[in-house]
Write a protein that binds this ligand. Structure first.
Ligand code: UDX
Ligand code: ADP
Length: 475
Protein backbone atom coordinates (compact mmCIF):
# COMPACT_ATOMS: atom_id res chain seq x y z
CA UNK A 1 0.00 0.00 0.00
CA UNK A 2 1.37 3.44 -0.92
CA UNK A 3 0.97 6.08 1.79
CA UNK A 4 0.44 9.63 0.53
CA UNK A 5 -1.57 11.05 3.36
CA UNK A 6 -1.06 10.60 7.12
CA UNK A 7 -3.38 11.97 9.80
CA UNK A 8 -2.31 12.13 13.45
CA UNK A 9 -5.03 12.60 16.05
CA UNK A 10 -3.61 14.48 19.07
CA UNK A 11 -1.13 17.38 18.78
CA UNK A 12 0.61 16.81 22.13
CA UNK A 13 4.06 15.86 23.39
CA UNK A 14 3.96 12.63 21.39
CA UNK A 15 1.99 13.54 18.24
CA UNK A 16 3.69 16.92 17.64
CA UNK A 17 7.38 15.93 17.63
CA UNK A 18 6.77 12.48 16.08
CA UNK A 19 4.84 13.85 13.10
CA UNK A 20 7.31 16.71 12.68
CA UNK A 21 10.13 14.19 12.26
CA UNK A 22 8.09 11.96 9.90
CA UNK A 23 7.25 15.01 7.75
CA UNK A 24 10.88 16.08 7.79
CA UNK A 25 12.16 12.67 6.70
CA UNK A 26 9.36 11.87 4.22
CA UNK A 27 8.86 14.94 2.05
CA UNK A 28 6.63 12.90 -0.30
CA UNK A 29 4.02 12.29 2.43
CA UNK A 30 1.49 14.89 3.53
CA UNK A 31 1.11 14.83 7.32
CA UNK A 32 -1.91 16.45 9.00
CA UNK A 33 -2.04 16.74 12.78
CA UNK A 34 -5.52 17.34 14.17
CA UNK A 35 -6.69 18.12 17.69
CA UNK A 36 -9.96 19.04 19.39
CA UNK A 37 -8.11 21.69 21.35
CA UNK A 38 -8.18 24.75 19.06
CA UNK A 39 -5.86 26.77 21.35
CA UNK A 40 -3.21 24.09 20.96
CA UNK A 41 -3.60 24.02 17.16
CA UNK A 42 -3.41 27.84 17.05
CA UNK A 43 -0.17 27.73 19.06
CA UNK A 44 1.33 25.17 16.64
CA UNK A 45 0.45 27.54 13.78
CA UNK A 46 1.91 30.69 15.39
CA UNK A 47 4.54 32.53 13.32
CA UNK A 48 6.59 33.12 16.46
CA UNK A 49 8.14 29.69 17.01
CA UNK A 50 8.86 30.56 20.64
CA UNK A 51 5.14 30.17 21.22
CA UNK A 52 4.88 26.52 20.15
CA UNK A 53 2.87 24.64 22.81
CA UNK A 54 5.77 22.27 23.48
CA UNK A 55 9.36 23.08 24.28
CA UNK A 56 11.69 20.46 22.87
CA UNK A 57 15.30 21.12 21.79
CA UNK A 58 15.58 21.00 17.96
CA UNK A 59 11.80 21.09 17.38
CA UNK A 60 11.63 24.70 16.21
CA UNK A 61 14.05 24.09 13.32
CA UNK A 62 12.04 21.13 12.05
CA UNK A 63 8.74 23.02 12.30
CA UNK A 64 10.31 25.88 10.36
CA UNK A 65 11.30 23.47 7.56
CA UNK A 66 8.14 21.40 7.38
CA UNK A 67 5.17 23.50 8.48
CA UNK A 68 2.87 24.30 5.56
CA UNK A 69 5.22 22.30 3.28
CA UNK A 70 4.01 18.80 4.12
CA UNK A 71 3.11 19.25 7.80
CA UNK A 72 -0.20 20.89 8.71
CA UNK A 73 -1.98 21.55 12.01
CA UNK A 74 -5.77 21.70 11.96
CA UNK A 75 -8.96 21.25 13.96
CA UNK A 76 -10.73 19.78 10.95
CA UNK A 77 -10.69 16.23 12.28
CA UNK A 78 -13.44 14.89 10.03
CA UNK A 79 -11.83 15.98 6.76
CA UNK A 80 -8.34 14.75 7.59
CA UNK A 81 -9.55 11.36 8.85
CA UNK A 82 -11.48 10.86 5.64
CA UNK A 83 -8.45 11.65 3.47
CA UNK A 84 -5.91 9.59 5.41
CA UNK A 85 -4.32 6.33 4.25
CA UNK A 86 -2.80 5.89 7.69
CA UNK A 87 -3.90 7.36 11.04
CA UNK A 88 -1.77 7.66 14.17
CA UNK A 89 -3.72 7.83 17.43
CA UNK A 90 -1.74 10.05 19.86
CA UNK A 91 -4.43 11.21 22.26
CA UNK A 92 -4.00 11.49 26.01
CA UNK A 93 -4.49 8.40 28.18
CA UNK A 94 -4.67 9.54 31.82
CA UNK A 95 -5.28 7.28 34.81
CA UNK A 96 -8.97 6.84 35.75
CA UNK A 97 -9.96 9.12 38.62
CA UNK A 98 -13.14 7.29 39.61
CA UNK A 99 -15.12 4.09 39.11
CA UNK A 100 -13.73 0.60 38.45
CA UNK A 101 -9.91 0.63 38.45
CA UNK A 102 -9.76 4.22 39.77
CA UNK A 103 -6.19 5.33 40.41
CA UNK A 104 -4.77 2.38 38.48
CA UNK A 105 -6.40 1.66 35.13
CA UNK A 106 -6.08 3.92 32.10
CA UNK A 107 -9.04 6.07 31.16
CA UNK A 108 -9.73 5.06 27.58
CA UNK A 109 -12.45 7.64 26.94
CA UNK A 110 -10.28 9.65 24.52
CA UNK A 111 -9.21 6.53 22.64
CA UNK A 112 -12.81 5.40 22.41
CA UNK A 113 -14.06 8.74 21.15
CA UNK A 114 -11.25 8.87 18.66
CA UNK A 115 -12.00 5.33 17.40
CA UNK A 116 -15.63 6.29 16.87
CA UNK A 117 -14.58 9.36 14.90
CA UNK A 118 -12.32 7.22 12.72
CA UNK A 119 -15.05 4.63 12.24
CA UNK A 120 -17.45 7.32 11.10
CA UNK A 121 -15.30 9.38 8.79
CA UNK A 122 -12.63 7.04 7.35
CA UNK A 123 -12.96 6.01 3.72
CA UNK A 124 -11.67 2.88 1.93
CA UNK A 125 -8.87 0.91 3.61
CA UNK A 126 -7.11 2.71 6.46
CA UNK A 127 -4.20 1.62 8.64
CA UNK A 128 -4.71 2.66 12.27
CA UNK A 129 -1.58 2.97 14.38
CA UNK A 130 -1.83 3.24 18.17
CA UNK A 131 0.89 5.55 19.36
CA UNK A 132 -0.33 6.57 22.81
CA UNK A 133 0.84 4.62 25.85
CA UNK A 134 -1.92 2.13 26.31
CA UNK A 135 -2.77 -0.89 28.37
CA UNK A 136 -2.16 -4.23 26.74
CA UNK A 137 -5.09 -5.27 24.55
CA UNK A 138 -6.24 -1.73 23.73
CA UNK A 139 -5.79 -2.50 20.05
CA UNK A 140 -8.57 -5.04 20.54
CA UNK A 141 -10.89 -2.30 21.87
CA UNK A 142 -10.14 -0.12 18.88
CA UNK A 143 -10.70 -3.07 16.56
CA UNK A 144 -14.06 -3.92 18.16
CA UNK A 145 -15.34 -0.35 17.79
CA UNK A 146 -14.17 -0.09 14.19
CA UNK A 147 -15.59 -3.49 13.20
CA UNK A 148 -18.97 -2.68 14.73
CA UNK A 149 -19.08 0.46 12.61
CA UNK A 150 -18.04 -1.37 9.44
CA UNK A 151 -20.90 -3.84 9.97
CA UNK A 152 -23.50 -1.13 10.51
CA UNK A 153 -22.28 0.76 7.46
CA UNK A 154 -22.08 -2.27 5.20
CA UNK A 155 -25.61 -1.51 4.06
CA UNK A 156 -24.24 1.65 2.43
CA UNK A 157 -22.04 1.36 -0.62
CA UNK A 158 -19.23 3.19 1.15
CA UNK A 159 -17.10 0.13 2.06
CA UNK A 160 -14.38 0.67 4.62
CA UNK A 161 -11.82 -1.57 6.24
CA UNK A 162 -9.07 -1.19 8.84
CA UNK A 163 -5.77 -2.75 9.87
CA UNK A 164 -4.63 -2.03 13.40
CA UNK A 165 -0.99 -1.71 14.41
CA UNK A 166 0.76 -0.94 17.69
CA UNK A 167 3.80 1.34 17.32
CA UNK A 168 4.76 2.49 20.83
CA UNK A 169 6.70 5.71 21.28
CA UNK A 170 10.01 5.52 23.09
CA UNK A 171 10.84 9.20 22.89
CA UNK A 172 12.10 10.77 26.03
CA UNK A 173 11.09 14.38 26.53
CA UNK A 174 13.99 16.79 26.32
CA UNK A 175 15.74 14.55 23.78
CA UNK A 176 12.65 13.64 21.73
CA UNK A 177 14.00 14.86 18.39
CA UNK A 178 17.24 12.91 18.73
CA UNK A 179 15.32 9.83 19.95
CA UNK A 180 13.03 10.06 16.91
CA UNK A 181 15.79 10.74 14.39
CA UNK A 182 18.16 8.08 15.75
CA UNK A 183 15.98 5.59 17.61
CA UNK A 184 17.52 2.60 19.41
CA UNK A 185 14.64 0.69 17.87
CA UNK A 186 11.25 1.16 16.26
CA UNK A 187 8.69 -1.40 17.40
CA UNK A 188 5.73 -2.36 15.24
CA UNK A 189 3.19 -4.95 16.37
CA UNK A 190 0.31 -6.29 14.35
CA UNK A 191 -1.41 -9.17 12.63
CA UNK A 192 -1.66 -7.84 9.07
CA UNK A 193 1.74 -8.27 7.41
CA UNK A 194 0.96 -5.88 4.57
CA UNK A 195 0.06 -3.13 7.02
CA UNK A 196 3.20 -3.84 9.10
CA UNK A 197 5.33 -3.67 5.95
CA UNK A 198 3.71 -0.38 4.91
CA UNK A 199 4.65 1.23 8.24
CA UNK A 200 8.14 -0.33 8.08
CA UNK A 201 8.65 1.35 4.68
CA UNK A 202 7.83 4.76 6.17
CA UNK A 203 10.42 4.36 8.95
CA UNK A 204 12.98 2.95 6.49
CA UNK A 205 13.22 6.46 5.04
CA UNK A 206 15.64 7.21 7.89
CA UNK A 207 15.88 4.24 10.30
CA UNK A 208 18.20 1.29 9.43
CA UNK A 209 16.21 -1.92 8.86
CA UNK A 210 18.00 -3.76 11.66
CA UNK A 211 16.55 -1.28 14.14
CA UNK A 212 12.96 -1.98 13.13
CA UNK A 213 11.47 -4.79 15.20
CA UNK A 214 8.17 -6.39 14.25
CA UNK A 215 6.14 -8.48 16.70
CA UNK A 216 2.57 -9.52 17.38
CA UNK A 217 0.20 -6.86 18.77
CA UNK A 218 0.33 -7.91 22.41
CA UNK A 219 4.13 -8.21 22.53
CA UNK A 220 4.43 -4.70 21.19
CA UNK A 221 1.97 -3.23 23.69
CA UNK A 222 3.51 -5.13 26.60
CA UNK A 223 7.11 -4.24 25.61
CA UNK A 224 6.31 -0.58 25.99
CA UNK A 225 5.02 -1.06 29.56
CA UNK A 226 7.96 -3.27 30.48
CA UNK A 227 10.62 -0.95 29.03
CA UNK A 228 9.26 1.92 31.12
CA UNK A 229 8.85 -0.29 34.21
CA UNK A 230 12.53 -1.36 33.93
CA UNK A 231 13.68 2.26 33.53
CA UNK A 232 11.56 3.41 36.48
CA UNK A 233 12.90 0.49 38.52
CA UNK A 234 16.46 1.71 37.90
CA UNK A 235 15.54 5.20 39.12
CA UNK A 236 13.89 3.82 42.28
CA UNK A 237 16.88 1.52 42.80
CA UNK A 238 19.44 4.31 42.63
CA UNK A 239 17.25 6.57 44.80
CA UNK A 240 17.07 3.83 47.43
CA UNK A 241 20.87 3.54 47.26
CA UNK A 242 21.14 7.34 47.66
CA UNK A 243 19.36 7.07 51.02
CA UNK A 244 21.68 4.28 52.08
CA UNK A 245 24.69 6.40 51.07
CA UNK A 246 23.38 9.33 53.12
CA UNK A 247 23.06 7.04 56.14
CA UNK A 248 26.44 5.31 55.77
CA UNK A 249 28.76 8.04 54.49
CA UNK A 250 29.16 6.56 51.02
CA UNK A 251 28.75 8.74 47.94
CA UNK A 252 26.06 7.76 45.45
CA UNK A 253 27.92 9.37 42.52
CA UNK A 254 30.85 7.07 43.16
CA UNK A 255 28.63 4.03 43.67
CA UNK A 256 26.74 4.86 40.49
CA UNK A 257 29.99 5.18 38.53
CA UNK A 258 31.34 1.90 39.87
CA UNK A 259 28.10 -0.02 39.31
CA UNK A 260 27.42 1.49 35.87
CA UNK A 261 30.92 0.60 34.63
CA UNK A 262 29.77 -3.03 34.53
CA UNK A 263 28.83 -3.46 30.88
CA UNK A 264 26.08 -5.87 31.91
CA UNK A 265 24.40 -3.03 33.82
CA UNK A 266 25.34 0.07 31.79
CA UNK A 267 25.70 3.61 33.04
CA UNK A 268 22.35 5.13 32.04
CA UNK A 269 19.45 5.85 34.39
CA UNK A 270 21.66 5.70 37.46
CA UNK A 271 21.36 9.34 38.52
CA UNK A 272 19.53 9.91 41.79
CA UNK A 273 16.93 12.67 41.84
CA UNK A 274 13.78 13.78 43.63
CA UNK A 275 11.90 10.78 42.22
CA UNK A 276 10.73 9.99 38.71
CA UNK A 277 7.95 11.95 37.05
CA UNK A 278 6.60 12.36 33.54
CA UNK A 279 3.47 11.11 31.86
CA UNK A 280 4.58 7.49 31.42
CA UNK A 281 6.42 5.81 34.30
CA UNK A 282 3.75 5.98 36.99
CA UNK A 283 0.92 5.30 34.58
CA UNK A 284 2.67 2.36 32.93
CA UNK A 285 3.57 0.70 36.24
CA UNK A 286 0.03 1.18 37.58
CA UNK A 287 -1.17 -0.39 34.39
CA UNK A 288 1.23 -3.29 34.74
CA UNK A 289 0.11 -3.87 38.33
CA UNK A 290 -3.54 -3.78 37.26
CA UNK A 291 -2.80 -6.25 34.50
CA UNK A 292 -0.95 -8.64 36.85
CA UNK A 293 -3.79 -8.58 39.37
CA UNK A 294 -6.34 -9.09 36.60
CA UNK A 295 -4.48 -12.18 35.41
CA UNK A 296 -4.24 -13.64 38.94
CA UNK A 297 -0.58 -12.71 39.56
CA UNK A 298 -0.77 -10.48 42.67
CA UNK A 299 2.85 -11.27 43.71
CA UNK A 300 4.14 -10.05 40.37
CA UNK A 301 1.91 -6.98 40.70
CA UNK A 302 3.20 -6.20 44.15
CA UNK A 303 6.84 -6.59 43.00
CA UNK A 304 6.33 -3.76 40.49
CA UNK A 305 4.13 -1.71 42.82
CA UNK A 306 7.10 -1.36 45.16
CA UNK A 307 8.92 0.66 42.49
CA UNK A 308 6.13 3.22 42.82
CA UNK A 309 5.95 3.01 46.61
CA UNK A 310 9.67 3.74 46.84
CA UNK A 311 9.17 6.74 44.51
CA UNK A 312 6.46 8.17 46.80
CA UNK A 313 8.46 7.46 49.96
CA UNK A 314 11.53 9.10 48.42
CA UNK A 315 9.66 12.37 47.79
CA UNK A 316 8.29 12.35 51.33
CA UNK A 317 11.83 11.78 52.61
CA UNK A 318 13.09 14.85 50.77
CA UNK A 319 10.37 16.99 52.38
CA UNK A 320 11.22 15.59 55.82
CA UNK A 321 14.92 16.29 55.28
CA UNK A 322 14.15 19.93 54.45
CA UNK A 323 11.87 20.35 57.47
CA UNK A 324 14.34 18.67 59.86
CA UNK A 325 17.34 20.69 58.70
CA UNK A 326 15.34 23.91 59.10
CA UNK A 327 14.76 23.20 62.82
CA UNK A 328 11.45 21.39 62.37
CA UNK A 329 9.43 24.33 61.11
CA UNK A 330 8.99 26.16 57.80
CA UNK A 331 6.40 28.66 58.98
CA UNK A 332 7.01 32.02 57.28
CA UNK A 333 10.42 30.91 56.00
CA UNK A 334 11.51 32.07 52.54
CA UNK A 335 12.49 29.13 50.34
CA UNK A 336 13.59 29.43 46.70
CA UNK A 337 12.52 26.50 44.50
CA UNK A 338 14.65 25.97 41.40
CA UNK A 339 12.75 23.98 38.78
CA UNK A 340 9.20 22.73 38.41
CA UNK A 341 9.38 20.58 35.23
CA UNK A 342 9.74 16.82 35.83
CA UNK A 343 13.17 16.93 34.18
CA UNK A 344 15.36 19.38 32.28
CA UNK A 345 14.72 20.54 28.69
CA UNK A 346 10.96 20.20 28.76
CA UNK A 347 8.05 22.42 29.80
CA UNK A 348 6.09 19.32 30.83
CA UNK A 349 5.10 19.07 34.51
CA UNK A 350 2.98 15.91 34.45
CA UNK A 351 3.70 13.87 37.62
CA UNK A 352 6.62 16.17 38.39
CA UNK A 353 8.00 15.47 41.90
CA UNK A 354 8.01 19.28 42.30
CA UNK A 355 4.21 19.23 42.60
CA UNK A 356 4.17 17.02 45.70
CA UNK A 357 7.25 18.61 47.27
CA UNK A 358 6.03 22.20 46.77
CA UNK A 359 2.56 21.27 48.01
CA UNK A 360 4.03 19.81 51.21
CA UNK A 361 6.31 22.80 51.81
CA UNK A 362 3.28 25.09 51.45
CA UNK A 363 1.37 22.97 53.95
CA UNK A 364 4.30 23.45 56.34
CA UNK A 365 3.69 27.21 56.04
CA UNK A 366 6.69 28.18 53.88
CA UNK A 367 6.76 31.22 51.58
CA UNK A 368 8.13 29.99 48.27
CA UNK A 369 9.61 31.69 45.23
CA UNK A 370 9.39 29.26 42.32
CA UNK A 371 11.55 29.55 39.20
CA UNK A 372 11.54 27.43 36.06
CA UNK A 373 12.98 28.49 32.69
CA UNK A 374 10.15 26.93 30.65
CA UNK A 375 7.17 26.29 32.94
CA UNK A 376 4.92 29.33 33.36
CA UNK A 377 3.03 30.56 36.41
CA UNK A 378 -0.37 29.47 35.11
CA UNK A 379 0.83 25.88 34.70
CA UNK A 380 2.18 25.81 38.27
CA UNK A 381 -1.10 27.23 39.57
CA UNK A 382 -3.09 24.54 37.70
CA UNK A 383 -0.83 21.73 38.87
CA UNK A 384 -1.00 22.75 42.53
CA UNK A 385 -4.74 23.23 42.57
CA UNK A 386 -5.43 19.98 40.67
CA UNK A 387 -3.15 18.11 43.06
CA UNK A 388 -4.98 19.52 46.07
CA UNK A 389 -8.36 18.74 44.59
CA UNK A 390 -7.29 15.11 44.04
CA UNK A 391 -5.98 14.81 47.59
CA UNK A 392 -9.18 16.23 49.03
CA UNK A 393 -11.24 13.80 46.90
CA UNK A 394 -9.11 10.91 48.11
CA UNK A 395 -9.57 12.20 51.68
CA UNK A 396 -5.79 11.98 52.11
CA UNK A 397 -5.80 15.47 53.43
CA UNK A 398 -8.13 18.11 54.81
CA UNK A 399 -7.38 21.79 55.14
CA UNK A 400 -6.59 23.25 58.50
CA UNK A 401 -5.87 26.71 59.88
CA UNK A 402 -2.16 25.96 59.70
CA UNK A 403 -2.05 25.87 55.91
CA UNK A 404 -0.72 29.32 55.56
CA UNK A 405 2.16 29.03 53.11
CA UNK A 406 2.29 31.11 49.95
CA UNK A 407 4.17 31.11 46.66
CA UNK A 408 5.11 33.53 43.94
CA UNK A 409 6.63 32.97 40.54
CA UNK A 410 9.91 34.36 39.30
CA UNK A 411 10.97 34.28 35.66
CA UNK A 412 14.44 35.51 36.56
CA UNK A 413 17.27 34.11 38.65
CA UNK A 414 18.60 37.31 40.18
CA UNK A 415 17.26 39.20 43.22
CA UNK A 416 15.46 36.14 44.53
CA UNK A 417 17.94 34.63 46.99
CA UNK A 418 18.46 37.40 49.54
CA UNK A 419 17.62 36.37 53.09
CA UNK A 420 16.30 32.98 52.00
CA UNK A 421 16.22 30.21 54.60
CA UNK A 422 16.75 27.61 51.90
CA UNK A 423 17.22 26.99 48.19
CA UNK A 424 15.90 23.69 46.80
CA UNK A 425 17.06 22.44 43.39
CA UNK A 426 14.35 20.19 41.96
CA UNK A 427 14.99 20.09 38.19
CA UNK A 428 18.34 19.38 36.52
CA UNK A 429 18.32 22.50 34.32
CA UNK A 430 21.82 23.39 33.19
CA UNK A 431 21.28 27.06 34.15
CA UNK A 432 21.24 26.01 37.80
CA UNK A 433 24.64 24.33 37.71
CA UNK A 434 26.25 27.45 36.21
CA UNK A 435 24.78 29.90 38.76
CA UNK A 436 27.24 31.84 40.91
CA UNK A 437 26.71 29.66 43.98
CA UNK A 438 29.38 31.48 45.96
CA UNK A 439 27.46 34.73 45.53
CA UNK A 440 24.17 33.00 46.37
CA UNK A 441 25.66 31.53 49.55
CA UNK A 442 26.51 35.08 50.62
CA UNK A 443 22.99 36.35 49.91
CA UNK A 444 21.01 33.74 51.83
CA UNK A 445 20.72 33.78 55.64
CA UNK A 446 23.67 32.58 57.71
CA UNK A 447 21.85 29.46 58.85
CA UNK A 448 20.44 28.71 55.39
CA UNK A 449 20.60 25.38 53.57
CA UNK A 450 20.97 24.56 49.89
CA UNK A 451 19.17 21.30 49.13
CA UNK A 452 20.32 19.76 45.87
CA UNK A 453 18.05 16.86 44.91
CA UNK A 454 19.78 16.38 41.54
CA UNK A 455 23.45 16.30 42.49
CA UNK A 456 24.15 19.35 40.29
CA UNK A 457 26.49 20.85 42.89
CA UNK A 458 28.76 17.80 42.63
CA UNK A 459 30.11 19.53 39.51
CA UNK A 460 31.36 22.66 41.31
CA UNK A 461 33.91 23.49 43.97
CA UNK A 462 31.99 23.76 47.23
CA UNK A 463 34.87 24.89 49.42
CA UNK A 464 34.10 28.60 49.14
CA UNK A 465 30.38 28.24 49.77
CA UNK A 466 29.39 30.03 52.89
CA UNK A 467 26.33 27.97 53.76
CA UNK A 468 25.02 24.49 54.66
CA UNK A 469 24.69 22.10 51.76
CA UNK A 470 22.76 18.87 51.40
CA UNK A 471 23.38 16.92 48.21
CA UNK A 472 21.35 13.80 47.44
CA UNK A 473 23.15 10.55 48.21
CA UNK A 474 26.10 12.32 49.72
CA UNK A 475 26.96 11.02 53.16
C1 UDX B 1 9.99 7.96 29.36
C2 UDX B 1 10.78 6.89 28.60
O1 UDX B 1 12.19 7.09 28.85
C3 UDX B 1 10.51 6.98 27.11
O2 UDX B 1 11.15 5.91 26.43
C4 UDX B 1 9.02 7.01 26.78
O3 UDX B 1 8.45 5.74 26.74
C5 UDX B 1 8.24 7.95 27.70
O4 UDX B 1 8.60 7.80 29.08
P1 UDX B 1 10.21 10.57 29.78
O5 UDX B 1 9.07 10.40 30.74
O6 UDX B 1 10.14 11.66 28.78
O7 UDX B 1 10.44 9.23 28.95
O8 UDX B 1 11.54 10.83 30.64
P2 UDX B 1 12.76 9.96 31.18
O9 UDX B 1 14.01 10.52 30.63
O10 UDX B 1 12.55 8.52 31.01
O11 UDX B 1 12.75 10.34 32.73
C6 UDX B 1 11.68 9.96 33.58
C7 UDX B 1 11.94 10.44 34.99
O12 UDX B 1 13.02 9.74 35.59
C8 UDX B 1 12.29 11.94 35.10
O13 UDX B 1 11.59 12.49 36.18
C9 UDX B 1 13.78 11.95 35.33
O14 UDX B 1 14.23 13.08 36.00
C10 UDX B 1 13.94 10.67 36.15
N1 UDX B 1 15.30 10.11 36.05
C11 UDX B 1 15.76 9.60 34.87
C12 UDX B 1 16.11 10.10 37.18
O15 UDX B 1 15.72 10.55 38.26
N2 UDX B 1 17.37 9.54 37.08
C13 UDX B 1 17.85 9.02 35.93
O16 UDX B 1 18.99 8.55 35.92
C14 UDX B 1 17.02 9.05 34.77
P1 ADP C 1 0.82 12.93 24.99
O1 ADP C 1 1.96 13.18 25.93
O2 ADP C 1 0.35 11.50 25.02
O3 ADP C 1 1.08 13.44 23.60
P2 ADP C 1 -0.91 15.25 25.42
O4 ADP C 1 -1.93 15.50 26.50
O5 ADP C 1 0.27 16.16 25.33
O6 ADP C 1 -0.46 13.72 25.58
O7 ADP C 1 -1.64 15.29 23.99
C1 ADP C 1 -2.80 14.59 23.65
C2 ADP C 1 -3.67 15.49 22.75
O8 ADP C 1 -4.75 14.71 22.25
C3 ADP C 1 -4.29 16.70 23.45
O9 ADP C 1 -3.88 17.90 22.81
C4 ADP C 1 -5.82 16.48 23.30
O10 ADP C 1 -6.55 17.67 23.08
C5 ADP C 1 -5.87 15.57 22.08
N1 ADP C 1 -7.12 14.77 21.95
C6 ADP C 1 -7.70 14.00 22.89
N2 ADP C 1 -8.81 13.39 22.39
C7 ADP C 1 -8.94 13.79 21.10
C8 ADP C 1 -9.87 13.51 20.03
N3 ADP C 1 -10.89 12.68 20.20
N4 ADP C 1 -9.68 14.12 18.84
C9 ADP C 1 -8.63 14.96 18.65
N5 ADP C 1 -7.72 15.26 19.60
C10 ADP C 1 -7.85 14.68 20.81
Amino acid sequence: MIINNICCIGAGYVGGPTMAVIADKCEHIKVNIVDINSDRINSWNKTDLNQLPIFEPGLKDIILRTRNRNLFFSTNIEEHISRADLIFISVNTPIKQSGVGAGMAVNLQYIELCSRQIAKFAKGHTIIVEKSTLPVRTAQTIKTILNAEVKSESKNNDLKSFSILSNPEFLSEGSAINDLEKPDRVLIGGEDNDAIQTLVEIYKNWVPSNRIITTNLWSSELSKLIANAFLAQRVSSINSVASLCEATGANVEEVSLAVGADSRLGNKFLSPGPGFGGSCFKKDILNLVYLCNHFGLPEVGSYWENVLKLNNWHQEKIVKTIVNKLFGTLTDKKIVILGFAFKANTNDTRESPAIFIVDQLLKEGANLIIHDPKVNEEQIENDLSNFNRKQLNNKKYSYSQNDKGSWSYSSKLFDIFSNAHAVVILTDWNEYSILDWEEISNQVLNTAWIFDTRGLLNRINLENLNTNIWIIGNG
